[in-house]
Ligand binder design. Structure first.
Ligand code: SF4
Length: 281
């Protein structure tokens, strides 16, 4: 590069050098949320269809949702939960420990933990204080110890030592809310009872305008309405992986993102489409 010449960055508005989107094409994108090639037109060759009078951009339009799912399938075809586990119990414990922590951090702790205490009954025989040193590095270790030991005691005393495979009973376990229950049901039992909503799913669902809510239960309800049930399990994992790889909380790598031209997030770092300033965390 010639010294002193700094490459131009895209404007936040989506208007920047090198991006030539005609007014009419832009308008058609606003209606469906899709670029012209997704509407059966080659860019710059065919005239986009005139939007029906009064038609507005609908982020929840079925064709836009289908396109998001199609692209996620292309980029993340077979992703799953990154927590190391060999049983429903191990997955339940790992998920409880993963709150406010990272999967990498939890995966450092659990192999030794399950060597030391191989069965649910082993955990049920502990006091929370006895477990604390083993889970300390995952953070919030006092509460997590209490939840894990409490869950083990209940599973042994009320569920015959087996992790329940339905939402209702899972939610009776200490430390288990819908997110943890959905992880166990979806990943281990392959049951789609809901959508896992963690910090990544929350952020990306808002950026993609699939929800306007900020609390997990409402976001889950919103996603369950627009995502087909058979996609609930995979879709959540895809967003979680996307959040780890590109769609970071700060400075997402939009320039490398497969969803870029159908994402109008207000905090994009690169855009070829119009920005919607409320579409962010
Ligand atoms: S374009 Fe940017 S903000 Fe939108 S989904 Fe991709 S990485 Fe996230």
């Amino acid at each position: 590069m010639v010294r002193g010449v700094v490459p131009r960055q895209p404007a936040k508005t989506g208007r920047h050098e090198g991006v030539r989107v005609s007014r009419s094409l832009n308008k058609s994108r606003e209606i469906t949320g899709l670029p012209p090639e997704q509407q059966g037109q080659r860019p710059g060759t065919a005239k986009p269809k005139k939007p029906a009078l009064g038609a507005k951009y609908n982020p929840l339009a079925p064709e836009r949702i289908a396109e998001i799912l199609r692209r996620l399938d292309q980029v993340y075809p077979d992703v799953t939960c990154a927590l190391t586990h060999k049983s429903a119990w191990e997955l339940l414990v790992a998920t409880i420990l993963s709150a406010q922590s990272t999967d990498v951090n939890v995966n450092r702790v659990t192999p030794e933990l399950f060597r030391k205490y191989p069965t649910v009954a082993d955990f049920a025989a502990l006091t929370p204080e006895q477990l604390e040193p083993d889970v300390r590095s995952t953070g919030f270790f006092r509460n997590k110890s209490k939840s894990v030991v409490g869950a083990a005691k209940k599973i042994v005393s009320e569920f015959g030592g087996q992790v329940p495979d339905d939402m209702e009973r899972l939610l009776t376990l200490p430390g288990v809310a819908r997110k943890t229950a959905n992880v166990v049901l979806g990943t281990w039992f392959r049951k789609a009872d809901g959508v896992v909503v963690d910090t990544h799913v929350t952020r990306i669902a808002r950026r993609l305008e699939l929800t306007k809510n900020t609390d997990a239960p409402k976001i889950e309800q919103d996603l369950m309405k627009v995502i087909p049930r058979e996609k609930w399990i995979l879709f959540a994992h895809q967003l979680i992986w996307h959040g780890r790889k590109l769609c970071f909380a700060r400075r997402p790598k939009c320039v490398d993102c497969a969803l870029e031209n159908i994402c109008h997030a207000g905090d994009k770092t690169w855009s070829t489409v119009e920005i919607h300033k409320n579409a962010k965390l």
